[in-house]
Design a protein around this ligand. Structure first.
Ligand SMILES: [Ca+2]
Ligand SMILES: [Ca+2]
Ligand SMILES: [Ca+2]
Length: 220
């Protein structure tokens, strides 16, 4: 009886093993390895300079007199990152410097020793082009003093839209100036004065639902 039981168990094991061998007859395995997710970058450069070096890409125009005009400076603004973004810029921190309050200025009625008048007499026109062959496109001229709180180039806030700057794309942005001749002695109030400001370029992700990216000012 015991022998029969052992024999039956052996046969049963053989049947199971043969069955197991047949179920794994054909098979195949493939694998994908080294899977990586990486964030893209939005990185502006100004005339090829980045970060602190970009701050040095500024303009200096000296010894201006009424009637003078010209191009103060052009900047090549480039998206050196890996994803596209919307470009716009703003003028911030306009400071009118009186320097010395001269006799010609006080005679003309300049009574503010701590604040210059050049920014209210110097007209600026911002313009841009997307390539050397492209037409210049301009924003409406305005005095330097009136430039802050204007999101130049931002869709819905500006008459000219800079739009999308793709990877490795660049746009040339320039500032033309005109020292406006005024009636009477008004120009004399600006003798020796100076005006300083920052130009802040923004590159923002397309379709970003970020309320903080909206400029604080009203539309122009
Ligand atoms: Ca940068
Ligand atoms: Ca003054
Ligand atoms: Ca002055």
């Amino acid at each position: 009886m015991k022998k029969i039981f052992v024999l039956l168990l052996t046969i049963a094991l053989v049947v199971v093993m043969v069955g197991a061998a047949f179920t794994a007859a054909f098979s195949d395995v493939e694998q994908s390895t080294g899977n990586t997710l990486t964030a893209g970058t939005l990185n502006l450069t100004i005339n090829g300079a980045d970060g602190k070096a970009a701050e040095e890409e500024n303009l200096t125009v000296e010894s201006l007199k009424p009637g003078d005009s010209g191009t103060a400076r052009c900047w090549a603004i480039r998206n050196n990152g890996s994803i596209a973004g919307n470009l716009w810029f703003e003028i911030t921190e306009v400071v009118n410097v009186e320097n010395d309050l001269l006799e010609m200025e006080t005679d003309a009625g300049d009574t503010t020793a701590g604040e210059g008048e050049l920014g209210s007499q110097l007209m600026g026109t911002w313009k841009f082009r997307t390539s050397d062959e492209a037409e210049w496109q301009e924003w409406a001229p305005r005095y330097i003093d009136d430039m802050p709180n204007t999101p130049f180039g931002k869709e819905g806030f500006s008459e000219q839209v800079l739009g999308v700057l793709g990877q490795d794309e660049s746009v040339e942005i320039c500032l033309d100036y005109e020292f406006v001749s005024t009636e009477g002695n008004e120009n004399n109030k600006a003798q020796g004065d100076g005006v300083q400001f920052n130009v802040v370029f923004h590159l923002e992700q397309e379709n970003a639902l970020n309320a903080e990216s909206q400029p604080p000012s009203e539309s122009q």
